[in-house]
Write a protein that binds this ligand. Sequence first.
Ligand code: SAH
Length: 354
Amino acid sequence: MITAAGPMPVADYMRLCLTHPQYGYYIARDPFGADGDFITAPEVSQMFGELIGVWMAAVWRQMGAPDNVRIVELGPGRGTLLADALRATKVVGGFHDAIVLHLIEISPRLQEMQQQRLQIFDLQTAWHTTLTDVPGGPCIIIANEFIDALPVHQVVKQADGWHERIVEIGAGGNLALGVARDPLRLFEATLPPAVRQAPEGAIFEWRPDAIALELGQRARTDGAALIVDYGHAKSGLGDTLQALAGHAFVDPLAAPGEADLTAHVDFEALAQRAELIGAKCHGPLPQRELLGNLGINQRAARLKAQASEKETADIELALARLTAAGPAGMGELFKGLAIADRRLDPLPGFTAPT
Ligand code: SAH
């Protein structure tokens, strides 16, 4: 496409690499687990999905335990999070009778895995490829490591303004990153004030507003969304586009469609758009704090009480992986943000338990 039609923005490249109907990374693969390319929190430990389940049920009660609540998951992967969440909430009186599942998944292969995984719960379940297709009404929305896979635009500051970063054919005939010749018009006013004074050469990343506005719009009347992902609490400069294959970082341009391609989530931008449309945001909190508020230490202790020595060691490792700071853990880089109806305040998980 680049040879035929010329350079494309990084955002278009990312979208095609991940979701092209024939060659897209997510379309035909199961990218998770030890044999795959990366491991996500629900695949690290059952505790993650269980605690999110507890959050969902607590929010449902706070909403007044309505009937016909849409439990929506964006990008459910293997369905592990939801399976653990549903198992953990079986005992919550009336909850399973009140919910309908809506799964947003672009990959036919993963849709099938989700269906197999979730059929034991015998709940009404519908699949869609976009959130827009989910009918309106009371909803509880979950998105773990979903937003990072949505296309990101990169812009580069030059003397005459901000330029779109593009993917083009480089000198050796391979894909290369470049900068569009003309600056973007009327662009600077859309940037967060702290970023406008960036030095020449600086890179800023932004995602289209659609997902934040839609989450805000659905949550603001009778709903709540919980977004967990890696990213920064405040909008800032920097190139975070990354590719993962076989659990290692690789060149994002080397094998389009064969590596996972992501960029950090700008939580400030996300929250700001959702609030603009009338929802209330909670957090972002570091994953360590969110899981702590939801009771991960107590949950780990209860699991360990019935575990063998080997299982105990595994539980401790998983707990550390989910909550530790630094590059080995997911506790600090990963954050949780809730977007909710303003009547749902305080929201479970976002205040320390008393
Ligand atoms: N939440 C899961 C999987 C995260 S990976 C977990 O934590 O394990 C991202 C998921 O989003 C995959 O299921 C992928 O197929 C799906 N996905 C990625 N881009 C998508 C898009 N544009 N629309 C719908 N689903 C998408």
